[in-house]
Design a protein around this ligand. Structure first.
Ligand code: PLP
Length: 407
């Protein structure tokens, strides 16, 4: 029996909101998922009952907050099956996690003449930090291309990886194409050439079970707000052997062992990478989001979202002049599209007037748009709380816009 979204929709009060007097249809889940009351209740509870700066106090409140945040770390460890909880670093999100690795790993391991590989379908967050590193270090950024279906041409890795390659950074799932990349195969190949791999899991932790040990990922990053959790919190998983070697990225409180004006010694993992007061209440909220998702079951979520994807794809394909960008064999519930003769902003704005929230533009993946020679797309991305009736509403909305433009 497939998952029943109606069982869960009441957990998300925003889904019952009206926009412009119309029922909200929320199809911008790849940008941010909505947050259930099971998570927001925990945030309110901590602010109202236990709030106090963590790790630094001996009093009851500080201990309660510390315990909550460290429990969240254990939940993340279990969620991604990390070998050690100190391999889980809390950050502000995917972007900060990648910047941390690009700066700290880059400082340690990348020198003039070295190479870093990213793919052509990365989010800007997994391009620009590496580009900045390469500029700083006079290293070269190389790009693994994708084909016109939006599938990575992994066979090109053979030529791309050289003995100067220091790291390969690739997403598990593309936010603009929906492609599910064969990351195990990529990691195994890179490792056969002694190249560590960073996996951008911003678009996958909410759809797929992740096991960093089975994958043998060296780094894996994701954001809370795409996993039904709070904004402003995310995770960097790193193998202990790298995290121990890497220098701290930011200096401040908590990341130190001892400070004198002559010298500072650094704290142990994970605190070495968590300078300053962390976003501990949202971290606790992230733990609650993981509990929520696990109670439903990621396999059930994934199977139902695949159903939505198949349903929507078949409907979209029946619309004349509509082209879907990203037709990989393995896809998640993201559909990027354009209707010939209708600008993506017009489509997005007119759908918005009907209460339907889709994303328009480049989705922070300008190289993907450059690949197809377009300026942007309309993107509908589905979560487990979406329904086939909502997809019918989107379909009817697109048909209405097509009529307005006489397309
Ligand atoms: N990587 C991918 C694949 C994404 O989809 C996103 C956000 O859309 C990011 C990175 C950046 O995530 P954040 O803005 O939460 O740091």
């Amino acid at each position: 029996m497939s998952l029943d979204p109606h069982k869960y929709r009441q957990d998300f009060p925003i889904l019952s909101e009206k926009v412009y007097g119309k029922s909200l249809v929320y199809f911008d889940n790849a940008a941010t998922t909505q947050t259930p009351t099971q998570v927001t209740d925990v945030l309110v509870e901590y602010y109202n009952k236990y709030n106090s700066n963590i790790h630094r106090g001996v009093h009851y409140l500080s201990n309660k907050s510390t315990e909550g945040a460290e429990n969240a770390r254990l939940k993340v460890q279990k969620f991604i099956n990390a070998a050690h909880s100190h391999e889980v670093i809390f950050t502000a999100g995917t972007t900060e996690s990648i910047n941390l690795v690009a700066n700290s790993f880059g400082e340690c391991y990348v020198s003039e003449g070295d190479e870093v590989i990213v793919s052509e379908m990365e989010h800007h967050s997994n391009i620009v930090p590496w580009q900045m590193l390469c500029q700083r270090k006079k290293a070269t950024l190389k790009v693994l291309p994708f084909n016109d279906k939006g599938e990575l041409m992994t066979e090109k890795l053979e030529d791309l990886i050289t003995d100067r390659t220091k790291i390969l950074a690739v997403n598990h799932i593309s936010n603009s194409l929906g492609t599910i990349n064969p990351i195990k195969e990529i990691i195994d190949f890179a490792h056969s050439k002694n190249v560590p791999v960073l996996i951008d899991a911003a678009q996958s932790v909410q759809h797929k079970k992740i096991d960093v040990q089975a994958l043998d990922a060296d780094f894996l990053v994701f954001s809370g707000h795409k996993l039904y959790g709070p904004t402003g919190v995310g995770v960097l998983y790193g193998k202990e052997k790298y995290l121990n070697e890497m220098p701290p990225w930011q200096g401040g409180g908590e990341m130190i062992k001892e400070v004198t004006f002559e010298k500072t010694t650094y704290n142990e993992l994970p605190f070495k990478f968590e300078a300053g007061t962390p976003n501990y209440i949202d971290t606790i909220g992230l733990g609650a989001a993981i509990d929520y998702v696990e109670a439903i079951g990621l396999d059930e979520i994934d199977a139902y979202e695949q159903e939505l994807l198949a349903y929507a794809t078949a409907k979209f394909e029946s619309i004349p002049n509509l082209r879907i960008y990203g037709t990989a064999k393995n896809k998640t519930s993201v559909i990027s599209f354009l209707v010939e003769g209708i600008h993506f902003y017009d489509m997005g704005m007119l759908l918005d007037q009907m209460g339907i929230a889709v994303r328009t533009g480049t989705h922070c993946t300008e190289p993907v748009m450059q690949h197809f020679g377009i300026d942007g797309t309309v993107r509908a991305s589905f979560a487990f709380y979406n329904t086939k009736e909502e997809i019918d509403a989107l379909f009817a909305g697109i048909e209405k816009v097509c009529k307005m433009f006489a397309v």
